[in-house]
Every structure is written in C-alpha cells, then in structure tokens.
Design a protein around this ligand. Structure first.
Ligand SMILES: Cc1cc2nc3c(=O)[nH]c(=O)nc-3n(C[C@H](O)[C@H](O)[C@H](O)COP(=O)(O)O)c2cc1C
Length: 400
C-alpha cells in the first residue's frame, strides 16, 4: 500500500462531480491512507455527508461553528492534521476564495490555515473555467505552490463537449502518490543561498539603469529547494514576486548591496545558486538632483561592479557554486569559458534572445554545463520544472 498512514484531507466543494470523490476516498483508503473529509454547504446539496463519513470512517466537517468540543478549534486541528489537502472537485468559487484569501466557511478557513501541500482538481463548465477571472485565480494559485490537475476535455454535464471535466481517478491518484514521493527531503539540513531578480543602479533620484530580469527563475529555484528540505535564503534584486513562504527573503537594489548581502551569508552556505541578473557597471557619480535636459548629448561614466561570481569561485571551500549565463550569441563557447574562469561547479546557460524563454517568460530552455562532464540540455519547459531538474543535478553531484 503506497499511501500507508498518510494523512490526507479531502475537501469536497459544490460541483456536479462531487459524487466522483466518493470513489477517490475508496481508492485512498485502499492504499492505506487515513482520510478525513470536509465539505462546503453547496457540496452537501450534491452528496450527503453520510456517504463520505461511511467510506472514510471519520466524521465529515462542514460547519465552522458546530463543533463544540472546547479542547480544540476544529478547522485549525484539521488544517494541522493533514499532510496533504486534496480539493476535489474544486468549484470556481473555492478557487476564487483561495486565490483571494477568503475564509468565510469551514472549508475556505481550513484551506487558508493549512500549511499542508495542496492539490486542486478543478471541475466546472468550460465557460466558467475559461473565464479570465478563473484563469487568473488558477495561475496565482499555481505560482503559490498549489498543484493543479488540468481538467479533462470531454462530455460535460451541460450536454456538450468541452474542457472542465473531473479527471479519471487514476490520474488524481498518481498525482497524490507522486506528491508523497516528492516529499523525500534530500536537501534536509543543507543551507542554500539563491539570488534572483535584476539589480538597479541609480543615475539620479528619478532614473536608473536596470535589466529585464523578472526573478521568476531564481524564485522557482528557492521554492523548489525549500520543498526538498533545504534552509533557503533568497537574496532578491528587483522583482514583483512575493516572498516565498518558508524562505528567508532579503531584498536589495544595487549590485553592491547584493554583493554585501551574499558575503554576509556565504560562510554558512552549502549550495549557492546565483540566478540574479547583476549589473556589470554602476554610475560613477550619481547625481543628487534630477539631471536637467541641457546639452544635446549626455555622458555618463560607468564603473565596474565587483564580479560576484568570480569572487565566490575564488573563496569557496566546500560550497557547490552554480552560476547563470544569459547569452544572446556564441552561448556555449562563452559559457564554457565562464565555467572554467569562475571556478563554478555548474553553469546554467540560457539564450535570452528568444522571448518565448528567458527574461520575464514563464518558460525557459537551458543547457547545464559542468567541469569534465557532458552538457545536459533541458528543452523548453516551465521555470519550475527547470528548477527541479537543476536541483536534481546538484543533489546527484553532491551524493558522489
Ligand atoms: C446543478 C449545479 C451544478 C453545478 N456544478 C458546478 C460545477 O461543476 N463546478 C462549479 O464550479 N460550480 C458548479 N455549480 C455552482 C456552485 O455550486 C456554486 O458556485 C456554489 O456557490 C459553490 O459553492 P462552494 O464553492 O462553497 O461549494 C453548480 C451548481 C448547480 C446548481
């Protein structure tokens, strides 16, 4: 039994597919899991709680205020008990509530309170699913570590074919099983420092030199490393992304601030992954006041910023050092040179001339270069997946 003693909270919301979750409880129990079910009021219109209660052999939780035992608060106890929360089926309504932090009934309050991993199984009418509000909410949740199982295309309850169907139980079961395999923590006890985002160098009080880095790659690495059990410190330059939960995040602006923050952290780290896009130069004399439009040309004198990666390569002891190279031409050649010159253990090369990948996009396509090893090419995929594969490479190198 692959889910022996795993504590799984099943959250059922008010969709037509609610009855299919009865089958999910049976499968989970068959695999040895301990299952507790919570239902929204709407869900109880579709299936009686008694059915879930009988299959799960546990009381079904539906009402925030009805549990009167004073020794615990029911939704918090449930939120803390579960190792995994599966929301199946997930209505457009609960997706919207989760994406906005709304907690107005037992289910939504529990989902806001839990720190368990969440798997969301949306099922609804195609138009509800494709509505920009639902798409935006799903995207937000995905970016915040909620795993989403894509609804299937097929015959809907409305009598026509479209996207929105509840997936087959074996699909949901395999995602649940994989999520526990992922919960293996190979980076437990390791300190990992990740840098992300772009730096910003002042010209005057209202102008600066910056770059197109969004921070998405570095943030994805920090999040995945944390999931693998690492103590992660993220030093972020300019990025609109929120601080990842469970990661110590330090925000900086300039290359010098970034360098200083890294130096403070360096000695304690086991793995350093430098994904920030650091400005090579800064303005020598930053103007105190806004520069006036006067002459037909304006000369700014730039001076070199410290080469952070090179410095780390020189001072590293046992640390595993990963660098990033954003190239627009002669990528492999330049990357190979950078790997050697900067004494890196791994260099991630990405071609930022292609707008489908690289800066600001959600996808990337990279080559991993390591000393005396053949290069690994990872074809276009999400930055999250790149982060996973990159960390798997680091972990396998450290195990040697
Ligand atoms: C017959 C019927 C079927 C419904 N099916 C769905 C569905 O499949 N997916 C969905 O998101 N909403 C569906 N709804 C709408 C939800 O029940 C409604 O938005 C409700 O407020 C959801 O509440 P909850 O998220 O608290 O469970 C359906 C409503 C009815 C009356």
């Amino acid at each position: 039994m692959t889910l022996e003693n795993k504590k799984i909270g099943l959250v059922v919301t008010g969709g037509i597919a609610a009855y299919k979750s009865l089958g999910l409880v049976r499968e989970l129990i068959k695999q040895g899991a301990s299952v507790r079910v919570a239902m929204t009021k709407a869900a109880t219109e579709f299936v009686a709680p008694l059915s879930f209660e009988t299959l799960s052999k546990n009381r079904v939780l539906t009402d925030l205020f009805s549990v009167k035992e004073s020794k615990y608060v029911a939704h918090i106890e449930f939120a803390d008990w579960a190792e995994l929360m599966v929301i199946a089926p997930a209505t457009a309504n609960i997706i919207a509530k989760m994406a906005n932090g709304i907690a107005d009934d037992f289910v939504s309050t529990t989902l806001l309170a839990t720190e368990a991993q969440k798997i969301l199984v949306p099922a609804m009418n195609e138009h509800m699913l494709m509505n920009p509000a639902t798409q935006r909410n799903l995207k937000f949740l995905e970016q915040n570590n909620v795993q989403i199982i894509e609804p299937e295309i097929g015959f809907l309850a409305e009598g026509y074919s479209g996207k929105g169907r509840f997936p087959e139980l074996n699909v949901i079961m395999s995602v649940i099983q994989a999520s526990f395999e992922d919960s293996d923590k190979p980076l437990e006890g390791k300190n990992v420092l990740v840098t992300a985002g772009g730096t910003r160098e002042r010209i005057d009080p209202v102008r600066f030199i910056a770059n197109d880095s969004s921070g998405k790659m570095g943030f994805a690495i920090a999040i995945e490393a944390q999931k693998l059990g690492a103590n992660v410190t993220l030093i972020s330059g300019i990025s609109q992304l929120p601080d990842p939960i469970g990661v110590t995040t330090i925000r900086v602006t300039t290359a010098l601030e970034l360098s200083e923050a890294i130096n403070k952290q360096f000695d304690d780290q086991n793995i350093l992954i430098m994904a920030a896009a650091v400005s090579d130069y800064r303005v020598q004399n930053v103007a105190d006041q806004k520069i006036k439009k006067a002459e037909s040309t304006l000369t700014l004198i730039l001076e070199k910023n410290p080469d952070i990666l090179k410095h780390l390569g020189q001072i590293k002891q046992n640390q595993y050092l990963v660098g990033f190279a954003a190239e627009t031409q002669n990528g492999l050649e330049n990357a190979q040179e950078k790997l050697e010159k900067k004494n890196l253990d791994l260099l991630v090369l990405n071609d930022v001339s292609n707008s489908a990948i690289g800066f600001n996009s959600n996808d990337n396509e990279v080559t991993l270069l390591r000393p005396n090893r053949k290069n690994d090419f990872i074809k276009q995929t999400s930055k999250k997946q790149i982060a996973k594969e990159l960390l798997a490479t680091v972990i396998s190198d450290l195990a040697k």
